[in-house]
Design a protein around this ligand. Structure first.
Ligand SMILES: *Cc1c(COP(=O)(O)O)cnc(C)c1O
Ligand SMILES: [Zn+2]
Length: 434
């Protein structure tokens, strides 16, 4: 079977470009581009056969490339740059579900990945395309709140392609900063915020020999949309009622939405889940817009937040996110600093190890369940976007009581004790009565 995909203007002006072209916006109207697939060709294979095919590839090294036909069908397989992305666990917690008052709660652990965040899913696609058109490209560049730069630098290093990353100074974690440094990227630490870095990288990549790796480049979305396929596959082809996604630049919620819509087109599912975008109160342009029925889509200046990976005031994929939310009868809710920190720490007590962005998604889930906007009978999937180990400073600050308005009963500090067995027994008996 022959499959085909291309860039097409998202604003609907009809302009198309080949995927090998170095183009990030519609050359006619300046709007965003999206990757479109020849759906007629995709639908020629019956749904039952697609399911069987995808299930038969479940154990493959890459969750993204095991769905190559609906990601980048025409890429030469020899050019794939993979670091074993995707196939991340979907963990059900009956105990945490009971605690928050919902029937079924799952956490999709997208941070269980090579560089510790879901950005790997999009980057394998983008860097593989760069690898295919490599002769015209000097380097790959991105602005980042930390995780994109880690993914760019790792995948480029794997392929032997130079990378350049622009990070807002003092707004990324140590783990995030050391990743591009270790992978040999040209790493700029700039005295501005993410939105400022984004402006710089757009200038730098006007030179077409420097390829833009931000999610404005819609190749990323193609990899990330496999998250939706994996969730449904892991639920034995059943659809969850709600999928909660922390949103910053809004590429991921757009990708997850487009994954579900494509699955319905393919006949793999017969209904869509309701998407929930979770934003921090400090960087909530989508929430503000949602409250007004999406009539206006305006940037804000993002305030300082613990959830640094979503500290974005001018999201590139604003209009794509609105489309995904409209298509799925979606909801946008926000969480305060205290709420996100408490939610992360509370879920940690059920065996998770949450980063602050996942904390936002968990806090929003808890709020919506409490308000009955998510009915108690629901099956809910929370997208965990990064590994908690990338945000150790956040977790240390929580337990040291350095974050205001949190539940201090969740704080847990090491007990300093002399090397004396009786003293240690006394501590244990004090904490766990015999
Ligand atoms: C990038 C990122 C997000 C936000 O994803 P967008 O596509 O920018 O909305 C959320 N959490 C983490 C950990 C991230 O790295
Ligand atoms: Zn256009």
């Amino acid at each position: 079977m022959k499959f085909h995909a291309w860039f097409e203007c998202f604003s609907g002006c009809g302009v198309r470009h080949d995927l090998e072209q170095i183009v990030y916006r519609c050359e006619s109207c300046g709007g965003l581009l999206e990757v479109r697939h020849d759906l007629a060709a995709v639908k020629r294979r019956p749904a039952a056969e697609w399911k069987q095919l995808f299930d038969s590839r479940m154990g493959r090294a890459s969750g993204v490339w095991s769905k190559k036909e609906i990601v980048l069908p025409e890429l030469d397989a020899g050019n794939i740059v993979s670091l074993g992305e995707g196939n991340s666990p979907l963990i059900q917690s009956e105990r945490f579900a009971e605690r928050i008052g919902v029937d079924e709660l799952y956490v999709k652990q997208c941070g269980t990945s090579h560089t510790g965040s879901f950005k790997d899913l999009g980057m394998t696609v983008l860097v593989s395309m760069v690898n295919e058109i490599r002769s015209s490209i000097r380097a790959v560049a991105c602005a980042s709140t930390g995780d994109t730069s880690a993914a760019v630098s790792a995948y480029c290093a794997a392929a032997g392609i130079p990378s350049i990353v622009f990070l807002p100074k003092d707004k990324v974690s140590i783990a995030q900063l050391i990743q591009p440094i270790s992978n040999g990227a040209i790493t700029f630490s700039i005295d501005t915020d993410f939105d400022g870095c984004m402006k710089i990288v757009q200038e730098i990549t006007k030179d077409k020999s420097i390829y833009l790796a931000n999610s404005m480049n819609s190749l990323r979305v193609e990899g990330q949309k496999t998250i939706s396929f994996e969730i449904v596959q892991q639920l034995e082809w059943q659809v969850p009622d709600f999928v909660v996604v922390p949103g910053g630049n809004l590429g991921n919620i757009s990708a997850i939405g487009s994954g579900f819509v494509l699955m319905r087109e393919m006949g793999l599912i017969d209904r869509l889940p309701r998407l929930v975008c979770a934003q921090t109160e400090k960087a909530n342009p989508l929430y503000v817009s949602y409250r007004e029925g999406f009539r206006k889509q305006e940037p804000i200046v993002a305030g300082s937040t613990l959830a640094t990976a979503i500290q974005i005031g001018n999201p590139v994929s604003f209009s794509k996110a609105v489309k995904a939310l409209r298509a799925t009868d979606g909801v946008v809710e926000q969480a305060s600093e205290g709420e996100l920190a408490n939610a992360a720490a509370e879920a940690d007590r059920f065996g998770f190890f949450n980063d602050p962005q996942t904390g936002v998604a968990l806090a929003v889930t808890m709020k919506l369940v409490k308000a009955r906007s998510i009915p108690a009978s629901s099956r809910v999937v929370v997208i965990s976007t990064a590994h908690g180990l990338k945000f150790a400073e956040f977790k240390v600050r929580f337990h040291r009581g350095q974050i205001p308005s949190v539940d201090s009963s969740l704080q847990n500090l090491p007990t300093n004790v002399a090397p004396d067995v009786n003293a240690i027994r006394a501590v244990i008996d004090g904490r766990i009565p015999a």
